[in-house]
Design a protein around this ligand. Structure first.
Ligand code: ATP
Length: 248
């Protein structure tokens, strides 16, 4: 049922620089309160898909030339990234973007820029972020640029949370992090999903980890969805095992 979907991407095509066709008709759905993974090798089009949703392609001379994207049943292709944040859809960019010369706490505060409720509500939400990420509380006064990769990834997610999102588009949260930190982050993602009802669409090359936490996955290859299904089914699929999990 369509109304149970928070996000629906329908047959989108994305072209960079007017000529480079990168997404060749990608469709995917995220149910309300779902955790959905986009999987695939480097260059398959995962980041492009997320940026198409959050309308961040223009800066890279990319555009959606076909198809449609609906968030909570409404077309969003023409909304600015900020309008989308106001509606509750925010992207955490690949490479854990934090402001290196601001403290962790200042970074979190910048995440509240679209909000109109007062500072008391913002303060309360910051406490909530600290409760999910105790490491961020410990490091609240540290300059983000001097914190670890894992802490920066947590800071980037925490910053997104400060906008009170309904859905977070999370690009490659595991990139460059030790397995146990990746696990710590995915546990928190799962918690946020269960307790706060935040939906997640995550792009991951770490198929194994992603399929342990997502409920559904889409596998992209050169701009096309080549397989999709329940995470459990994908984990047990022989081709997925061979090509993406390194087991055969
Ligand atoms: P990664 O893990 O590297 O982020 P990905 O699956 O997210 O990989 P994309 O970054 O979406 O893949 O890239 C998909 C394809 O689009 C690649 O072939 C890439 O070279 C190409 N591409 C990405 N950005 C641009 C751009 N600004 N201009 C031209 N081509 C681009």
């Amino acid at each position: 049922e369509k109304k149970d979907l928070i996000l629906s991407v329908n047959n989108i095509e994305v072209i960079y620089d007017h000529v480079i066709l990168v997404l060749k008709g990608v469709s995917l759905n995220v149910p309300r309160r779902g955790i959905v993974a986009i999987l695939g090798a480097n260059g398959a089009g995962k980041t492009t898909t997320l940026k198409a949703v959050s309308n961040l392609l223009h800066a890279e001379r990319g555009e959606v030339t076909k198809g449609s994207i609906e968030f909570e049943g409404e077309r969003i292709e023409r909304l600015s990234p900020n309008d989308l944040v106001r509606r509750g859809c925010i992207q955490v960019l690949e490479g854990r973007h934090c402001f290196g010369h601001l403290t962790i706490e200042e970074n979190l505060l910048t995440g509240a820029f679209t909000r109109k409720d007062g500072s008391a509500a913002i303060k309360a939400d910051m406490e909530k972020v600290y409760n999910y990420f105790p490491r961020l509380r410990e490091r609240r006064s540290a300059m983000a640029g001097y914190t670890s990769g894992g802490e920066q990834q947590m800071c980037a997610i925490g910053r997104a949370l400060m906008s009170k999102p309904k859905m977070i588009l999370l690009d490659e949260p595991s990139m460059g992090l030790a397995p146990q930190i990746v696990e710590e982050i995915f546990e928190i993602v799962q918690d946020l999903n269960a307790k706060e009802g935040v939906s997640f669409l995550l792009a991951e090359q770490n198929t194994n980890m992603a399929l342990r936490y997502a409920t559904y996955g889409y596998i992209l290859e050169t701009g096309r969805v080549v397989m999709d299904g329940e995470a459990k089914m994908l984990r047990e699929n022989e081709d997925v095992k061979e090509f993406y999990l390194g087991i055969s």
